[in-house]
Design a protein around this ligand. Structure first.
Ligand SMILES: *[C@@H]1O[C@H](CO)[C@@H](O)[C@H](O)[C@H]1NC(C)=O
Ligand SMILES: *[C@@H]1O[C@H](CO)[C@@H](O)[C@H](O)[C@H]1NC(C)=O
Ligand SMILES: *[C@@H]1O[C@H](CO)[C@@H](O)[C@H](O)[C@H]1NC(C)=O
Ligand SMILES: *[C@@H]1O[C@H](CO)[C@@H](O)[C@H](O)[C@H]1NC(C)=O
Length: 349
Protein backbone atom coordinates (compact mmCIF):
# COMPACT_ATOMS: atom_id res chain seq x y z
CA UNK A 1 0.00 0.00 0.00
CA UNK A 2 1.05 3.58 -0.49
CA UNK A 3 -0.27 7.10 -0.70
CA UNK A 4 0.27 10.46 -2.38
CA UNK A 5 -1.27 13.91 -2.11
CA UNK A 6 -4.93 14.13 -3.06
CA UNK A 7 -5.96 16.20 -6.07
CA UNK A 8 -8.85 18.64 -5.57
CA UNK A 9 -12.29 17.08 -5.65
CA UNK A 10 -14.93 18.58 -7.93
CA UNK A 11 -18.44 18.15 -6.51
CA UNK A 12 -20.10 18.22 -9.96
CA UNK A 13 -18.33 15.10 -11.04
CA UNK A 14 -19.02 13.30 -7.85
CA UNK A 15 -22.74 12.65 -8.30
CA UNK A 16 -22.40 11.86 -12.00
CA UNK A 17 -19.66 9.34 -11.50
CA UNK A 18 -21.38 7.87 -8.49
CA UNK A 19 -24.43 7.10 -10.63
CA UNK A 20 -22.45 5.59 -13.45
CA UNK A 21 -20.47 3.43 -11.07
CA UNK A 22 -23.63 2.26 -9.32
CA UNK A 23 -25.06 1.25 -12.69
CA UNK A 24 -21.85 -0.51 -13.61
CA UNK A 25 -22.04 -2.57 -10.47
CA UNK A 26 -25.72 -3.40 -10.66
CA UNK A 27 -25.97 -4.31 -14.35
CA UNK A 28 -25.17 -7.97 -14.88
CA UNK A 29 -21.73 -7.97 -16.45
CA UNK A 30 -21.49 -10.00 -19.63
CA UNK A 31 -18.08 -11.39 -20.62
CA UNK A 32 -18.31 -9.56 -23.97
CA UNK A 33 -18.34 -6.16 -22.31
CA UNK A 34 -14.79 -5.96 -21.07
CA UNK A 35 -11.96 -8.14 -19.87
CA UNK A 36 -11.86 -5.87 -16.80
CA UNK A 37 -14.98 -5.70 -14.61
CA UNK A 38 -15.71 -4.16 -11.21
CA UNK A 39 -17.38 -7.04 -9.34
CA UNK A 40 -17.82 -5.31 -5.98
CA UNK A 41 -17.67 -1.78 -4.70
CA UNK A 42 -17.88 -0.65 -1.10
CA UNK A 43 -19.85 2.51 -0.19
CA UNK A 44 -17.93 5.77 -0.51
CA UNK A 45 -15.20 6.12 2.07
CA UNK A 46 -15.38 2.52 3.28
CA UNK A 47 -13.82 -0.82 2.46
CA UNK A 48 -10.50 0.65 1.40
CA UNK A 49 -8.68 -2.57 0.50
CA UNK A 50 -5.03 -3.25 1.07
CA UNK A 51 -4.64 -6.91 0.20
CA UNK A 52 -6.38 -10.02 -1.11
CA UNK A 53 -6.10 -13.80 -0.74
CA UNK A 54 -8.01 -16.57 -2.48
CA UNK A 55 -9.30 -19.53 -0.48
CA UNK A 56 -9.11 -23.05 -1.91
CA UNK A 57 -12.95 -22.98 -2.26
CA UNK A 58 -12.73 -19.92 -4.51
CA UNK A 59 -13.89 -17.27 -2.04
CA UNK A 60 -11.84 -14.09 -1.76
CA UNK A 61 -10.51 -12.74 1.53
CA UNK A 62 -10.18 -8.96 1.58
CA UNK A 63 -7.98 -7.00 3.98
CA UNK A 64 -9.49 -3.63 4.79
CA UNK A 65 -7.07 -0.83 5.78
CA UNK A 66 -9.77 1.71 6.71
CA UNK A 67 -11.05 -0.64 9.45
CA UNK A 68 -9.43 -3.61 11.24
CA UNK A 69 -11.38 -6.12 9.17
CA UNK A 70 -11.00 -9.18 7.00
CA UNK A 71 -14.02 -9.72 4.76
CA UNK A 72 -15.07 -12.52 2.43
CA UNK A 73 -16.49 -12.10 -1.08
CA UNK A 74 -17.83 -14.90 -3.27
CA UNK A 75 -16.62 -13.82 -6.75
CA UNK A 76 -19.34 -15.95 -8.42
CA UNK A 77 -22.11 -14.19 -6.49
CA UNK A 78 -20.49 -10.95 -5.34
CA UNK A 79 -23.45 -9.40 -3.54
CA UNK A 80 -21.98 -8.98 -0.07
CA UNK A 81 -18.55 -8.70 1.55
CA UNK A 82 -19.16 -10.68 4.74
CA UNK A 83 -17.30 -9.60 7.85
CA UNK A 84 -15.06 -12.54 8.80
CA UNK A 85 -13.36 -10.87 11.75
CA UNK A 86 -12.75 -7.49 13.35
CA UNK A 87 -9.34 -7.31 15.07
CA UNK A 88 -8.81 -5.64 18.45
CA UNK A 89 -6.06 -3.09 19.13
CA UNK A 90 -5.25 -2.22 15.51
CA UNK A 91 -6.85 0.14 13.00
CA UNK A 92 -6.31 -1.64 9.68
CA UNK A 93 -5.10 -4.81 8.00
CA UNK A 94 -2.16 -5.21 5.59
CA UNK A 95 -0.51 -8.29 3.97
CA UNK A 96 -2.19 -11.71 4.06
CA UNK A 97 -0.73 -15.13 3.26
CA UNK A 98 -2.06 -18.71 3.47
CA UNK A 99 0.48 -20.76 5.45
CA UNK A 100 -1.51 -24.01 5.84
CA UNK A 101 -4.52 -25.08 3.79
CA UNK A 102 -7.24 -22.48 4.56
CA UNK A 103 -5.22 -20.96 7.42
CA UNK A 104 -3.92 -17.42 6.91
CA UNK A 105 -1.49 -15.01 8.55
CA UNK A 106 -2.64 -11.40 8.42
CA UNK A 107 -0.77 -8.22 9.42
CA UNK A 108 -2.59 -5.61 11.49
CA UNK A 109 -1.39 -2.12 12.40
CA UNK A 110 -2.21 1.55 12.67
CA UNK A 111 -1.95 3.79 9.65
CA UNK A 112 -3.56 7.20 9.79
CA UNK A 113 -5.65 7.77 6.68
CA UNK A 114 -6.02 11.43 7.63
CA UNK A 115 -2.34 12.26 7.90
CA UNK A 116 -1.25 9.43 5.57
CA UNK A 117 1.40 8.20 7.95
CA UNK A 118 2.18 4.93 9.67
CA UNK A 119 2.15 4.58 13.45
CA UNK A 120 5.46 2.78 14.06
CA UNK A 121 5.48 0.02 16.70
CA UNK A 122 1.73 -0.66 16.26
CA UNK A 123 2.04 -3.82 14.15
CA UNK A 124 1.11 -7.43 14.88
CA UNK A 125 0.55 -10.71 13.04
CA UNK A 126 -2.63 -12.75 13.38
CA UNK A 127 -3.67 -16.30 12.53
CA UNK A 128 -7.05 -16.59 10.79
CA UNK A 129 -8.16 -20.23 10.53
CA UNK A 130 -11.01 -20.33 7.99
CA UNK A 131 -11.69 -24.06 8.36
CA UNK A 132 -14.48 -23.66 10.95
CA UNK A 133 -15.98 -20.63 9.14
CA UNK A 134 -19.56 -21.17 7.93
CA UNK A 135 -22.23 -18.78 6.71
CA UNK A 136 -25.74 -19.39 5.40
CA UNK A 137 -27.18 -18.23 2.04
CA UNK A 138 -28.28 -14.94 3.54
CA UNK A 139 -24.80 -14.12 4.75
CA UNK A 140 -25.44 -14.91 8.42
CA UNK A 141 -22.38 -16.34 10.09
CA UNK A 142 -23.13 -19.75 11.58
CA UNK A 143 -19.63 -20.56 12.74
CA UNK A 144 -16.82 -17.98 13.03
CA UNK A 145 -13.21 -18.24 11.87
CA UNK A 146 -10.75 -19.15 14.66
CA UNK A 147 -8.53 -16.09 15.18
CA UNK A 148 -5.51 -15.75 17.48
CA UNK A 149 -2.57 -13.38 17.66
CA UNK A 150 0.71 -14.93 16.47
CA UNK A 151 2.95 -12.08 17.66
CA UNK A 152 3.16 -8.39 18.40
CA UNK A 153 6.09 -7.01 16.41
CA UNK A 154 6.82 -3.66 18.06
CA UNK A 155 10.03 -3.20 16.04
CA UNK A 156 7.94 -2.96 12.85
CA UNK A 157 7.66 0.50 11.31
CA UNK A 158 5.20 -0.33 8.51
CA UNK A 159 4.64 -4.07 8.04
CA UNK A 160 3.13 -4.55 4.61
CA UNK A 161 3.63 -7.46 2.14
CA UNK A 162 3.71 -11.10 3.29
CA UNK A 163 4.69 -14.49 1.84
CA UNK A 164 5.39 -18.07 2.92
CA UNK A 165 8.79 -19.64 2.34
CA UNK A 166 7.51 -23.01 1.13
CA UNK A 167 4.53 -25.28 1.88
CA UNK A 168 4.84 -26.75 5.38
CA UNK A 169 7.40 -24.18 6.53
CA UNK A 170 6.79 -22.76 10.00
CA UNK A 171 7.91 -19.36 8.69
CA UNK A 172 6.30 -16.43 6.94
CA UNK A 173 8.22 -13.41 5.68
CA UNK A 174 6.93 -9.86 6.22
CA UNK A 175 8.19 -6.77 4.40
CA UNK A 176 8.80 -3.69 6.54
CA UNK A 177 8.16 -0.81 4.14
CA UNK A 178 9.35 1.73 6.69
CA UNK A 179 12.60 0.09 7.79
CA UNK A 180 13.49 -1.47 4.42
CA UNK A 181 13.87 -4.95 5.89
CA UNK A 182 12.20 -8.38 5.86
CA UNK A 183 11.15 -10.12 9.07
CA UNK A 184 10.89 -13.91 9.38
CA UNK A 185 8.14 -14.99 11.80
CA UNK A 186 7.58 -18.51 13.13
CA UNK A 187 3.78 -18.86 12.94
CA UNK A 188 3.75 -21.53 15.68
CA UNK A 189 5.96 -19.88 18.30
CA UNK A 190 5.67 -16.20 17.37
CA UNK A 191 9.48 -15.85 17.36
CA UNK A 192 10.70 -13.35 14.80
CA UNK A 193 13.83 -11.67 13.50
CA UNK A 194 15.07 -9.58 10.59
CA UNK A 195 16.54 -11.87 7.89
CA UNK A 196 17.00 -9.51 4.92
CA UNK A 197 18.01 -5.89 4.47
CA UNK A 198 19.52 -4.03 1.55
CA UNK A 199 19.56 -0.58 0.06
CA UNK A 200 17.13 -1.76 -2.67
CA UNK A 201 14.60 -2.35 0.13
CA UNK A 202 14.90 1.04 1.85
CA UNK A 203 12.57 3.96 1.20
CA UNK A 204 15.12 6.45 -0.10
CA UNK A 205 14.20 10.14 -0.20
CA UNK A 206 10.53 10.90 -0.90
CA UNK A 207 7.55 8.69 -0.11
CA UNK A 208 8.26 6.77 3.11
CA UNK A 209 7.39 3.40 1.57
CA UNK A 210 10.19 1.12 0.36
CA UNK A 211 9.90 -2.65 -0.03
CA UNK A 212 6.21 -3.51 -0.41
CA UNK A 213 5.01 -6.74 -2.09
CA UNK A 214 7.19 -9.86 -1.57
CA UNK A 215 6.79 -13.25 -3.28
CA UNK A 216 9.01 -16.25 -4.01
CA UNK A 217 9.53 -17.98 -7.36
CA UNK A 218 12.14 -20.76 -7.74
CA UNK A 219 13.90 -20.02 -4.42
CA UNK A 220 14.28 -16.36 -5.29
CA UNK A 221 12.49 -13.63 -3.35
CA UNK A 222 11.15 -10.85 -5.60
CA UNK A 223 9.98 -7.51 -4.27
CA UNK A 224 8.61 -4.17 -5.31
CA UNK A 225 10.05 -1.00 -3.82
CA UNK A 226 7.40 1.67 -4.13
CA UNK A 227 9.35 4.87 -3.62
CA UNK A 228 12.41 3.64 -5.50
CA UNK A 229 10.10 2.52 -8.34
CA UNK A 230 11.85 -0.79 -8.84
CA UNK A 231 11.32 -4.55 -8.91
CA UNK A 232 14.22 -6.51 -7.44
CA UNK A 233 15.26 -9.99 -6.35
CA UNK A 234 17.50 -11.94 -4.01
CA UNK A 235 18.02 -15.72 -3.83
CA UNK A 236 17.20 -17.07 -0.38
CA UNK A 237 17.45 -20.26 1.64
CA UNK A 238 13.97 -21.78 1.90
CA UNK A 239 14.50 -24.12 4.86
CA UNK A 240 16.72 -24.95 7.81
CA UNK A 241 17.97 -22.58 10.49
CA UNK A 242 18.98 -20.00 7.84
CA UNK A 243 15.56 -20.04 6.17
CA UNK A 244 14.79 -16.65 4.64
CA UNK A 245 18.39 -15.42 4.54
CA UNK A 246 20.16 -14.40 1.33
CA UNK A 247 22.26 -16.97 -0.53
CA UNK A 248 23.40 -14.53 -3.21
CA UNK A 249 23.34 -10.93 -4.37
CA UNK A 250 20.46 -8.46 -4.34
CA UNK A 251 19.70 -7.36 -7.92
CA UNK A 252 17.34 -4.92 -9.62
CA UNK A 253 15.17 -6.74 -12.19
CA UNK A 254 13.37 -3.69 -13.62
CA UNK A 255 13.02 0.03 -13.01
CA UNK A 256 9.33 -0.30 -13.68
CA UNK A 257 7.72 2.58 -11.77
CA UNK A 258 5.37 2.50 -8.79
CA UNK A 259 4.65 -1.01 -7.58
CA UNK A 260 2.45 -2.19 -4.73
CA UNK A 261 1.74 -5.90 -4.18
CA UNK A 262 1.88 -8.48 -7.00
CA UNK A 263 1.45 -12.16 -7.80
CA UNK A 264 3.12 -14.72 -10.07
CA UNK A 265 1.53 -16.96 -12.68
CA UNK A 266 2.82 -20.55 -13.11
CA UNK A 267 5.49 -19.41 -15.64
CA UNK A 268 6.90 -16.80 -13.30
CA UNK A 269 5.43 -13.67 -14.85
CA UNK A 270 4.68 -11.08 -12.19
CA UNK A 271 1.40 -9.13 -12.24
CA UNK A 272 1.97 -5.92 -10.31
CA UNK A 273 -0.75 -3.64 -8.91
CA UNK A 274 0.64 -0.15 -9.49
CA UNK A 275 -1.68 1.75 -7.08
CA UNK A 276 -0.97 5.38 -8.01
CA UNK A 277 -0.60 4.47 -11.68
CA UNK A 278 -4.08 2.82 -11.69
CA UNK A 279 -2.91 -0.20 -13.68
CA UNK A 280 -1.74 -3.79 -13.72
CA UNK A 281 1.73 -4.28 -15.08
CA UNK A 282 3.16 -7.57 -16.27
CA UNK A 283 6.87 -8.17 -15.68
CA UNK A 284 8.61 -11.14 -17.25
CA UNK A 285 11.53 -12.44 -15.25
CA UNK A 286 14.15 -11.13 -17.66
CA UNK A 287 12.70 -7.79 -16.56
CA UNK A 288 10.58 -6.67 -19.50
CA UNK A 289 7.47 -4.89 -18.34
CA UNK A 290 4.26 -3.58 -19.88
CA UNK A 291 0.88 -2.26 -18.76
CA UNK A 292 -1.78 -4.90 -19.46
CA UNK A 293 -4.85 -3.29 -17.84
CA UNK A 294 -5.90 0.16 -16.68
CA UNK A 295 -3.77 3.27 -16.88
CA UNK A 296 -3.95 6.99 -16.16
CA UNK A 297 -7.72 7.28 -16.81
CA UNK A 298 -8.80 4.02 -15.17
CA UNK A 299 -11.42 4.66 -12.49
CA UNK A 300 -11.78 0.90 -11.91
CA UNK A 301 -8.14 0.47 -10.91
CA UNK A 302 -7.71 3.67 -8.88
CA UNK A 303 -5.42 2.78 -6.01
CA UNK A 304 -5.06 -0.90 -6.95
CA UNK A 305 -3.11 -2.46 -4.09
CA UNK A 306 -2.78 -6.22 -4.70
CA UNK A 307 -3.75 -9.03 -7.10
CA UNK A 308 -4.30 -12.81 -7.00
CA UNK A 309 -5.46 -15.41 -9.54
CA UNK A 310 -8.62 -17.45 -8.98
CA UNK A 311 -8.11 -21.04 -7.79
CA UNK A 312 -11.10 -22.89 -9.28
CA UNK A 313 -11.42 -24.41 -12.78
CA UNK A 314 -13.83 -21.56 -13.62
CA UNK A 315 -11.59 -18.65 -12.69
CA UNK A 316 -7.96 -19.69 -13.09
CA UNK A 317 -7.51 -17.00 -15.76
CA UNK A 318 -9.13 -14.33 -13.63
CA UNK A 319 -6.85 -11.93 -11.83
CA UNK A 320 -8.71 -10.49 -8.85
CA UNK A 321 -7.48 -7.03 -7.98
CA UNK A 322 -8.35 -5.10 -4.83
CA UNK A 323 -8.23 -1.32 -4.62
CA UNK A 324 -8.22 1.42 -2.03
CA UNK A 325 -10.66 3.40 -4.18
CA UNK A 326 -8.05 6.02 -4.94
CA UNK A 327 -6.99 6.71 -1.40
CA UNK A 328 -3.52 7.68 -2.59
CA UNK A 329 -4.68 9.75 -5.52
CA UNK A 330 -7.47 9.66 -8.07
CA UNK A 331 -7.99 9.94 -11.81
CA UNK A 332 -8.05 13.67 -12.61
CA UNK A 333 -11.42 15.28 -11.85
CA UNK A 334 -12.89 12.25 -10.15
CA UNK A 335 -13.37 11.69 -6.48
CA UNK A 336 -12.58 9.24 -3.76
CA UNK A 337 -14.79 6.16 -3.82
CA UNK A 338 -14.92 3.10 -1.63
CA UNK A 339 -12.60 0.15 -2.16
CA UNK A 340 -13.33 -2.15 -5.07
CA UNK A 341 -12.72 -5.69 -6.25
CA UNK A 342 -11.99 -5.91 -9.97
CA UNK A 343 -11.87 -9.12 -12.03
CA UNK A 344 -9.51 -9.14 -15.03
CA UNK A 345 -9.66 -12.02 -17.51
CA UNK A 346 -6.00 -12.12 -18.53
CA UNK A 347 -6.69 -14.72 -21.25
CA UNK A 348 -8.64 -11.99 -23.08
CA UNK A 349 -6.03 -9.24 -22.86
C1 LIG B 1 -17.25 10.59 -0.89
O1 LIG B 1 -16.68 10.96 0.34
C2 LIG B 1 -15.91 12.14 0.26
C3 LIG B 1 -15.19 12.34 1.57
O2 LIG B 1 -16.09 12.28 2.62
C4 LIG B 1 -16.82 13.30 -0.10
O3 LIG B 1 -16.05 14.48 -0.24
C5 LIG B 1 -17.52 12.99 -1.40
O4 LIG B 1 -18.47 13.99 -1.67
C6 LIG B 1 -18.21 11.65 -1.36
N1 LIG B 1 -18.69 11.29 -2.67
C7 LIG B 1 -19.96 10.95 -2.89
C8 LIG B 1 -20.28 10.55 -4.28
O5 LIG B 1 -20.80 10.94 -2.01
C1 LIG C 1 -3.40 1.41 17.54
O1 LIG C 1 -4.78 1.67 17.49
C2 LIG C 1 -5.51 1.03 18.52
C3 LIG C 1 -6.98 1.21 18.24
O2 LIG C 1 -7.30 2.55 18.02
C4 LIG C 1 -5.07 1.59 19.86
O3 LIG C 1 -5.75 0.93 20.90
C5 LIG C 1 -3.57 1.34 20.01
O4 LIG C 1 -3.10 1.94 21.20
C6 LIG C 1 -2.80 1.93 18.84
N1 LIG C 1 -1.41 1.52 18.93
C7 LIG C 1 -0.41 2.41 18.94
C8 LIG C 1 0.96 1.85 19.11
O5 LIG C 1 -0.59 3.60 18.81
C1 LIG D 1 20.77 -23.24 3.52
O1 LIG D 1 21.01 -23.36 4.92
C2 LIG D 1 21.61 -24.59 5.28
C3 LIG D 1 21.79 -24.65 6.79
O2 LIG D 1 20.94 -23.83 7.45
C4 LIG D 1 22.96 -24.75 4.61
O3 LIG D 1 23.48 -26.03 4.92
C5 LIG D 1 22.80 -24.61 3.12
O4 LIG D 1 24.06 -24.59 2.53
C6 LIG D 1 22.08 -23.30 2.78
N1 LIG D 1 21.83 -23.25 1.36
C7 LIG D 1 22.40 -22.33 0.59
C8 LIG D 1 22.04 -22.38 -0.86
O5 LIG D 1 23.14 -21.47 1.03
C1 LIG E 1 13.31 -7.43 -23.15
O1 LIG E 1 14.15 -6.34 -22.87
C2 LIG E 1 15.43 -6.43 -23.48
C3 LIG E 1 16.30 -5.33 -22.95
O2 LIG E 1 15.60 -4.12 -22.93
C4 LIG E 1 15.25 -6.39 -24.98
O3 LIG E 1 16.50 -6.49 -25.63
C5 LIG E 1 14.36 -7.56 -25.40
O4 LIG E 1 14.08 -7.47 -26.77
C6 LIG E 1 13.06 -7.54 -24.64
N1 LIG E 1 12.32 -8.76 -24.92
C7 LIG E 1 11.05 -8.75 -25.23
C8 LIG E 1 10.43 -10.09 -25.45
O5 LIG E 1 10.40 -7.72 -25.33
Amino acid sequence: MFFKNQPLLLPGFIAALSLSLARGVLSSPTPEVSATRIIFQFPNGTGRLENIAVRQNGNLLLDVISAPEVRQLNPFNPTEALLVHSFPGVQGMFGIVEFEPDVFAVIGGNFSLDTITTVPHSYSLWKVDMRPFKSDENGNIESPAAVTKIASIPEGLLLNGATILEPGSPYVLLADSGAGTVFRVNVHTGEYKVVLSDETMTTGPGLAIGINGIHIFDSVLYYTNTNRKLFAKVPINLSGPDAGTATGAYEIVANNGYGDDFTFDAEGNAYVATNLDFSIQKITLPGNFSTIAGGADSVALEGDSAAKFGRTAKDRNILYVCTSGGLAGTVADTYRTGGKVVAIDVSRL
